[in-house]
Ligand binder design. Structure first.
Ligand code: CU
Length: 135
């Protein structure tokens, strides 16, 4: 009986830290901070379709919220701070999308699926995030 309980715990532990590429650890929240250290916090957020996610810059640096255009769920509109309508447009107009200290950007997700996004100036530093929109 004790052994069975122990294996159960091990299975749960391995399940939780599975390194599947498509596996994203998400937190149920509609607020994502652009935090010190050039990170989105939480990097994985989960909301329901129709929810508005607000990205708040709690750091001293300016950031962008820029969707990876090629990874949008089918039928989902493109989103980026500054209002660019494509990833290339956002990349070309970097300053237009900047969110400064204390400012925020909100987007309402009307299609279910997994959205990956990044911060243009800090993409190389790994400042990326995922929004999972559930039914
Ligand atoms: Cu950034």
């Amino acid at each position: 009986m004790k052994m069975a309980a122990l294996s159960m715990v091990l299975v749960l532990m391995f399940g939780a830290c599975g390194s599947d590429e498509g596996q994203v650890e998400t937190v149920r929240t509609d607020e994502v901070d652009m935090a010190a250290g050039q990170v989105f916090d939480p990097s994985g957020a989960q909301v329901q379709v129709g929810d508005t996610v607000t990205f708040v810059n709690t750091s001293k640096e300016a950031h962008t919220v820029t969707a990876y255009g090629s990874e949008l769920p089918a039928g989902a509109p493109y989103f980026a701070s500054g209002g660019a309508t494509s990833e290339s447009e956002a990349r070309e107009d970097l300053t237009g999308g900047l969110i400064r200290e204390g400012e925020s950007y909100s987007f309402t997700f009307t299609e279910t699926g997994t959205y990956r996004y990044f911060c243009i100036p800090h993409e190389g530093a790994g400042m990326k995030g995922t929004i999972v929109v559930e039914e």
